[in-house]
Design a protein around this ligand. Structure first.
Ligand SMILES: Cc1cc2nc3c(=O)[nH]c(=O)nc-3n(C[C@H](O)[C@H](O)[C@H](O)COP(=O)(O)OP(=O)(O)OC[C@H]3O[C@@H](n4cnc5c(N)ncnc54)[C@H](O)[C@@H]3O)c2cc1C
Length: 422
């Protein structure tokens, strides 16, 4: 159920009622789900429905939506991909994607929170942490007491993480980290953040650490609220001044930080692609409603063929991207069953980049076309499609820009000799 949150906005009608574009039963018959997997999607629908009002209100206020973790906790959805052994729901990647797709119908702000906490955060700890570390963080992450962020980007290191400036040195029985992290989602609300840093003395690649954000020396310098969209997601600038990290909180071996970072991004990109599919579903249902209720030139605008072209584009993009995302997710599941197969890992990485690249571009264009179908009301901040238009732009930037995805995809076709950089 889409919820009417705004009464008669100045430029047009209120937010219309809608519904999830496909029932859990339909999805289940398409991809084959077990009862426990169907239950995750039913819970996702309940959570997304509950979140729609606060998401829209916070978007209008241009503020982070603190309801997101609370509602997810209530529905037992904070640890969807975390193993049942640690209190999660043990979802395979395909189910995680279907879950994020449904959350996407509530907007990309919700998707960003979930993707960072679960795909970049929890899964990375699950994949790279020792048993002790998994015991320390994953049950709390599944309950929502631990909230995770992922700190790769810095003011001078975005697409090129090799130029990170954050450093660490050995400090008693642990490490001490100093530097700054920029544009970090969940940055000011996280209890823990995965931070990438080079050794102060040089000579090795970066390492990945789990940092406690309450530790002395960790500061939130600024909540970045002057964004052009994605207002409901927290984005922060953080600094670390000799922040202590226990030796057990090193993820993977020292010097393996890039392997940790890229495996996280592989999961994260499928997640963002999935969320973008959900956004397209909402665009389609909003457009369907508008095209079959608004009359101009004596007929429903949906009977004008040029409006049908927009409907056709959104529907075709949705179908194409949905299957790209599922394919990437299924390949990831295949790799999980064969973790020593590096060819599968490479293919999984490639498909995850393609899924994110296509779904983020199509979601932005779908939102743009939805604004067009809504006409003047589409240009109002109060229209639900305007929110998608503003929010989806970032999906073409974070977790690898369009250009970085293009370089990756092209070199997978042309061969390693054509890699633009190494
Ligand atoms: C809202 C938001 C949330 C974010 N959340 C997180 C987060 O949680 N954690 C995190 O670590 N980061 C996060 N980021 C950062 C994001 O991942 C980076 O912004 C992104 O990787 C691009 O880096 P940059 O902004 O430094 O751009 P730059 O790397 O400076 O790129 C500028 C332009 O140059 C292009 N470019 C760069 N190198 C090449 C090349 N070799 N060939 C061709 N073109 C190139 C880029 O594609 C881009 O168009 C977030 C960003 C935003 C906006």
């Amino acid at each position: 159920m889409r919820i009417a949150t705004v009464k008669e906005p100045p430029l047009g009608e209120g937010i219309m009622e809608g519904q999830f574009s496909r029932s859990v039963e339909e999805v289940s018959s398409m991809v084959g789900l077990e009862d426990s997997e169907r239950k995750i999607l039913e819970d996702a629908d309940a959570a997304a429905t509950e979140l729609m009002t606060s998401e829209f209100e916070k978007y209008i206020e241009r503020k982070y939506n603190p309801e997101v973790p609370e509602v997810l906790k209530r529905h037992g959805l904070m640890g969807v991909p975390i193993s049942k052994k640690y209190g999660g729901r043990g979802a395979r990647q395909l189910v995680q994607s279907l879950f994020l797709e449904r959350m996407g119908q509530a907007g990309l702000g919700v998707v960003t929170f979930v993707d960072v906490h679960q795909c970049l955060g929890s899964l990375t700890i699950q994949d790279w942490g020792s048993d002790e570390v998994k015991e320390r963080y994953l049950p709390g992450a599944a309950r929502g007491e631990v909230i995770l962020a992922y700190g790769l980007t810095e003011p001078e290191a975005g697409s090129d993480p090799a130029s990170l400036k954050t450093t660490y040195r050995k400090d008693g029985d642990g490490f001490s980290l100093t530097g700054s992290k920029y544009l970090i989602s969940n940055g000011s609300v996280a209890t823990n953040m995965i931070v990438f840093a080079y050794p102060e003395e040089g000579g090795k690649g970066p390492s990945a650490f789990i940092v406690d954000t309450k530790e002395k020396g960790f500061e939130v310098d600024m909540r970045l609220e002057e964004k052009i969209g994605l207002f409901t997601s927290d984005t922060s600038l953080l600094s670390l001044d000799e922040v202590h990290v226990d030796s057990a909180d090193l993820l993977g071996a020292e010097g393996k930080g890039f392997s940790v970072a890229y495996s996280a991004l592989l999961n994260g990109r499928i997640g963002i692609g999935s969320g973008c599919v959900g956004v397209m579903e909402d665009c389609l249902s909003q457009v369907r409603e508008r095209a079959t209720s608004r009359v101009q030139h004596g007929k429903l605008i949906g009977k004008h063929q040029l409006i049908q072209r927009h409907v056709a584009f959104i529907e075709s993009s949705l179908e194409a991207c949905r299957w790209l995302v599922y394919r990437a997710a299924m390949k990831k599941d295949e790799y999980e069953r064969n973790p020593n197969d590096m060819a599968l890992r490479g293919e999984s990485d490639r498909l995850s980049a393609i899924a994110k690249y296509m779904a983020s571009r199509c979601a932005f264009e779908a939102a743009d076309r939805a604004v067009q179908v809504f006409g003047g009301f589409g240009y109002s901040i109060m229209s639900p499609v305007a929110k998608h238009f503003l929010d989806t732009r970032v999906a073409r930037i974070y977790e690898g820009t369009d250009e970085i995805m293009e370089l990756k995809i092209a070199s997978s076709v042309l061969g390693r000799d054509f890699e633009a950089y190494r």
